[in-house]
Design a protein around this ligand. Structure first.
Ligand SMILES: [Zn+2]
Ligand SMILES: [Zn+2]
Length: 283
C-alpha cells in the first residue's frame, strides 16, 4: 500500500519551521515510507477583519504564492516521491464559499479545507472583533458570546458547519480533504459551543449529510493530532463509506513540540486501531 500525506507545510509560511524545505521534506518522506506528498501553502484571500493579519492567520502575498508554485513544480525528488501542490484555506460561510478564488484553485492540485474560525451563518453573522481562544473568562465579550451560543443551541452550529462543508465540496472540485477533521467538532469546541451536550445518536444524525457528501465526492477525512472525543462520529462515517487519511499537519520535520511530519506514523496506527480505511486522491 502506498503511503501518502496530503498536508505538509512549507518554510515560506511563517508558522512552519525554516527547515521545511523541499530537500528536507523529500528526505523525511523517504524515511517515513511516504510515496506521495502534498506540500501546502496557507492561502487566505481575505481576513475576517479585512486586514492583513487576524488571530493566527495572514492574508496571502501573491508573490509568495508564485514562488511556492515555481519551487514545488520544479523540484525533482531524489527518491521517486511524487510532490503535489495545494493550499490549506478556510471555509467561510454556510453557502460554502472558501478563502481562495477559483482562478487560484485552477493552478494547484488540491485544496485542503479547514475550519480555522467560526463561519458566517444566517442566525449569527461572523464577528471578527474577537477570537474566543484569545479571550479570557469574565471578559464581557466572551460572556455575551456564551449567551448567543446558548440561545442558538449547539445543534444549530453543527447543522451549519455540515451545510457549509457540503456546499463547498459540491461547488469546488479541488477540495480533496477536510483538514484535521478528527471528530468534526474542534472549531466549535474552540468557540465554546457545548457540543458534548449533544447525544451521540443526534450528533451522528446531524453529521450524516456531510459523511454521505464526502463519500460520494471522494473527499478524504483527515485524522490529525488532536484527541478524539466522539468515536461514534468516526464509526458512522466509516459505515457510510468515508475514507480517511492520517497527517501530522507538519509544521516541523520531527523536532517540534507538536505538528511533526513524523506524527504521521502514530496517526496511521490510531487509524488502524479504529479500523478506519485509508483513502487516496485520484489526481
Ligand atoms: Zn500553519
Ligand atoms: Zn495545516
Amino acid at each position: 500500500m502506498s503511503i501518502v500525506d496530503y498536508h505538509v507545510h512549507y518554510y515560506l509560511d511563517k508558522c512552519a519551521s525554516s527547515d521545511m524545505t523541499l530537500p528536507n521534506i523529500d528526505d523525511c518522506s523517504n524515511k517515513l515510507g511516504i510515496k506521495e506528498v502534498a506540500v501546502l501553502k496557507h492561502y487566505s484571500h481575505c481576513m475576517p477583519n479585512g486586514e492583513d493579519d487576524w488571530a493566527n492567520w495572514h492574508k496571502i502575498k501573491p508573490e509568495q504564492f508564485e514562488r511556492y508554485l515555481d519551487e514545488v513544480r520544479s523540484y525533482k525528488s531524489r527518491f521517486g516521491i511524487i510532490f503535489r501542490t495545494g493550499v490549506e484555506t478556510e471555509l467561510l460561510n454556510t453557502k460554502g464559499d472558501i478563502n481562495i478564488p477559483p482562478e487560484a484553485q485552477d493552478r494547484i492540485d488540491m485544496v485542503a479545507l479547514s475550519m480555522h474560525h467560526m463561519i458566517d451563518m444566517p442566525k449569527l453573522p461572523l464577528d471578527a472583533t474577537h477570537y474566543p481562544p484569545h479571550c479570557s473568562e469574565g471578559d464581557p465579550w466572551i460572556m455575551e458570546w456564551d449567551k448567543k451560543v446558548r440561545d442558538l443551541g449547539a445543534e444549530y452550529f453543527v447543522e451549519s458547519i455540515v451545510e457549509a462543508n457540503c456546499n463547498a465540496i459540491k461547488r469546488f472540485p479541488k477540495v480533496k480533504t477536510l483538514s484535521h477533521l478528527n471528530d468534526g467538532l474542534y472549531m466549535l469546541r474552540d468557540y465554546r459551543v457545548p457540543v458534548e451536550e449533544i447525544p451521540d445518536d443526534t450528533l451522528v444524525e446531524l453529521m450524516e449529510p456531510l459523511m454521505k457528501c464526502m463519500a460520494e465526492n471522494d473527499v478524504l477525512w483527515e485524522i490529525g493530532g488532536q484527541k478524539i472525543y466522539r468515536y461514534a462520529v468516526l464509526n458512522r462515517a466509516k459505515e457510510l463509506g468515508v475514507k480517511f487519511v492520517p497527517t501530522g499537519d507538519a509544521h516541523f520535520l520531527g523536532n517540534g513540540p507538536c505538528l511533526n511530519f513524523s506524527d504521521h506514523i502514530s496517526l496511521q496506527k490510531l487509524m488502524d486501531e479504529m479500523g478506519l480505511p485509508n483513502g487516496f486522491i485520484k489526481f
